[in-house]
Every structure is written in structure tokens, then in C-alpha cells.
Design a protein around this ligand. Structure first.
Ligand code: UD1
Ligand code: UDP
Length: 359
């Protein structure tokens, strides 16, 4: 069995790491194909180093661009590599342009595709990620659904049940594998002058939020207001897209401490100790749920409804008033919930399924 593991962005590197580890442990023949969609050190290489991942055999260096440019370049580059390498299966993870291009290139070459984190839907086609998810799911041969709910979504869309496997989400593996290390190795709270449970952590980077002047302004106004009301520090490790758009719009972020994107261990430590997290990230909605921290999501919809069901997360959108209301609802929320995303063995389960098929 030969596996091509395709990655391109920060969350894909983090969420593929348990599968890569499992392949290394078992001596599986695999290689990493990096599209280069993310390329800044703190969005890319830092995760390879910290998670001790082997080097990518290929890096397509596609960089940034419009959706068409980026997807097209990835498609062309991946096709070339797959034609030479002829793996038995190509694994893609999540909902980025790297994922849709990887799945499409492989399926046209009649190479099997495994989609890790299949069956997520926001039902909002204005998000580029929603289109990527739908396309990737419908051309994949192995759909690794994190939960019963995601499996049902796929069944309702007519995907054959033999192709769907409920594995849990590999983010649980990544969190469990790295949490102790984060506690032992990192000292980010002291470095940033923060006290445990006495600050808000924020991330916002989605195209439909930060590229839209009014929506981004709504988020930043909500955060400034939060700072006035609670008097607590607000830390925002800012994604390069959001940084670029803030500069373009000429926005300030009163009361918000902007810092560089954190590495994974540092970010886990920040999440675990935050009083509350505000985010528009998919992965952060999951991690806060796994870590038992309340989350307020700065979006109108989520493809992670399990977090709403267990009560770890609420949807606020970007209206400042609504953001404040949601924070006050979740601020003293001492509710305990069960993590719906699995037991931290998703990576093992996925490699087991592939070995059964190809060995
Ligand atoms: C992409 C994914 C998104 C995912 C996010 C993870 C798509 C359509 N979007 O969004 O689903 O949540 O990654 O973080 O695939 N930039 C840098 N350095 C980098 C990467 C990007 O400076 O290493 C800047 C560039 O100005 C670039 C912008 O960020 O134009 C956006 O990058 P891009 O990869 O197109 O999309 P993301 O917003 O990162
Ligand atoms: N993350 C990180 N440093 C940061 C912000 C996020 O390491 O400064 C990690 C976070 O722990 C999670 C992943 O990046 O595992 C989420 O990625 P992102 O929010 O960029 O994308 P999404 O999940 O929305 O696709």
C-alpha cells in the first residue's frame, strides 16, 4: 500500500499529523505532498517542526492567489506528482482549495481518494469551503466522517453507506497527543502577561468576515466593547489574511492585543487557559469543545453543529450587540459536556481501514 498525504494549510498539517505518525509507526509506504497554499513560517514550517513530521517529498509552492488561480495551479501540480508516484490512495483533509484540487486530480487519474473530515456542511454556499467540501465528498471513495451526524448528512446526499466510516475527528488525537507537551514546554501566558481564566482569546480569518469591511468592523467593535465591559485582556493571534485586510481598511483594534499567529503548542495553551474563546475558525470550535472551554462563534452558521448540541458553542454572527449577549450567556457557563468528536484514535482507525483495503 502506498499513500499520498496531501496538505496545504495550517489546519491540514495539524489534523493530518496523527495519520502521518501512525503510518510512520507501522512502516507504511507514504509520502507528503505539500501544495504550498500556506508558506509563511508561522503558518506552515513551525507545525512540521513542532509535531516532528517528516519533510514533504514535494512542495508545489503554489502560494496565494484567486480561487481559480490557486486551485488550478494545485490541480496541475498534483496531477504531475500522482502520475509519477501512482499511490494506491490519496488522502485529503478538510475543506480548503488544496482539498478540492487534490481530490479532483486523483479521481480523474482513477486513484482512490480518502476524505478525512467528510460530511461537514454549513449549508452556506457563499463560503468557499462549503463548495470544496461538497465536491470533495462526492468524488471520494473513503469518507472518514467524524460523527454520526456527518455520516447521516452524507447518506442523505446519496453517498453509498459502504464508503462512509465514522472515525472521530483527528483533531482529538492531535490535542491529546500534544496537550501535556504544551503544558510542560510552553510559557506563553507569562510571555504575554496573561493570567489563566482572565482573558479572552480571539481568532478570525474567514474570507466572508475579514474581507468584508462591515463584517470585520462589527467583529472589532464587538471586541472593543467586550474589553470595556469586562476589563479583561483580549488576545488575537492574527492570521495573515486578517492582518492584510485590517491594514487595507485602516482599522484599529482598540482594547485588542494583536500578536503573531501562535504555534500549535502555544495556541493549545492559550485555548485551555482562556476564560472564553471567540472565533470564526472551524478547528477552534472543535478544540474548545474538546478542552472544555466555552466558545462564541463569529459566524451565522456552523458545520460543527455537534458543538451547539453539547452546549460548548453559540453562534453570534458579527453584530457587536449580539456578540456581547452571547459572551455574557457563556461567560459564567460552568456546564460540563462530553466531547462529541471521538476518543483520540481517529488516525489509527483511518490507517486500519486503509490497510484492510490495500494490504
Ligand atoms: C485557507 C482556507 C480556509 C482555512 C484557512 C486556514 C481556502 C479557500 N481557504 O484560508 O478554509 O480556514 O486556510 O488557515 O482554501 N497568507 C500569508 N501567508 C501564508 C498564507 C496566506 O501571508 O502562509 C496571506 C496571503 O495574503 C493570502 C491570504 O493570507 O492572500 C489568504 O491565504 P489563502 O490560503 O488564500 O486563504 P486563507 O484565508 O489562509
Ligand atoms: N492555530 C494555531 N495557531 C494560531 C491559531 C490557530 O496553531 O494562532 C491552530 C488551531 O489550534 C487549530 C488550527 O490552527 O488546530 C485551526 O486553523 P485555522 O483556524 O487557520 O483554520 P480552520 O480550522 O478554520 O480551517
Amino acid at each position: 500500500m502506498k499513500i499520498a498525504v496531501v496538505v496545504g494549510t495550517r489546519p491540514e498539517i495539524i489534523k493530518m499529523s496523527p495519520i502521518i505518525r501512525e503510518c510512520e509507526k507501522r512502516g507504511v509506504d507514504f509520502f507528503i505532498l505539500h501544495t504550498g497554499q500556506h508558506y509563511s513560517y508561522n503558518m506552515d514550517q513551525v507545525f512540521f517542526e513542532q509535531l516532528e513530521l517528516p519533510e514533504s517529498r514535494y512542495n508545489l509552492d503554489v502560494g496565494s492567489g484567486t480561487h481559480g488561480e490557486q486551485t488550478g495551479k494545485i490541480l496541475m501540480g498534483i496531477e504531475k506528482v500522482l502520475t509519477e508516484e501512482r499511490p494506491d490512495v490519496v488522502l485529503v483533509e478538510g475543506d480548503t482549495n488544496t482539498v478540492v484540487a487534490g481530490a479532483l486530480a486523483a479521481s480523474k487519474l482513477h486513484i482512490k481518494v480518502g476524505h478525512v473530515e467528510a460530511g461537514l456542511r454549513s449549508y452556506d454556499r457563499s463560503m468557499p469551503e462549503e463548495i470544496n467540501r461538497v465536491v470533495a465528498d462526492h468524488i471520494s471513495d473513503f469518507l472518514f466522517a467524524p460523527t454520526e451526524k456527518s455520516k447521516q448528512i452524507l447518506l442523505d446526499e446519496g453517498v453509498e453507506s459502504e464508503k462512509i466510516f465514522i472515525t472521530g475527528n483527528t483533531i482529538v488525537d492531535s490535542v491529546y497527543q500534544n496537550l501535556d507537551l504544551a503544558d510542560k514546554k510552553m510559557n506563553l501566558l507569562d510571555e504575554l502577561g496573561l493570567e489563566s481564566k482572565s482573558y479572552f482569546l480571539v481568532t478570525a480569518h474567514r474570507q466572508e468576515n475579514v474581507d468584508d469591511k462591515e463584517r470585520f468592523q462589527g467583529i472589532l467593535q464587538g471586541l472593543s466593547r467586550l474589553h470595556e465591559i469586562y476589563g479583561l485582556p483580549i488576545v488575537y493571534p492574527i492570521h495573515p489574511r486578517a492582518r492584510k485586510m485590517m491594514e487595507r481598511f485602516g482599522f484599529d483594534a482598540d482594547g485588542v492585543k494583536l500578536v503573531e499567529p501562535a504555534d500549535f503548542l502555544g495556541f493549545l495553551q492559550l485555548e485551555r487557559n482562556a476564560r472564553l474563546v471567540l472565533t470564526d475558525s472551524g478547528g477552534v470550535q472543535e478544540e474548545t469543545c474538546i478542552l472544555g472551554r466555552p466558545c462564541v462563534t463569529l459566524r451565522d452558521s456552523t458545520e460543527r453543529p455537534e458543538t451547539l448540541d453539547v452546549g460548548s458553542n453559540v453562534l453570534a454572527g458579527v453584530n457587536p450587540k449580539k456578540i456581547i449577549e452571547c459572551v455574557s450567556m457563556m461567560f459564567d457557563n460552568n456546564k460540563k459536556w462530553d466531547n462529541p468528536f471521538g476518543d483520540g484514535t481517529a488516525g489509527k482507525k483511518i490507517v486500519n481501514i486503509l490497510e484492510k483495503e490495500f494490504l
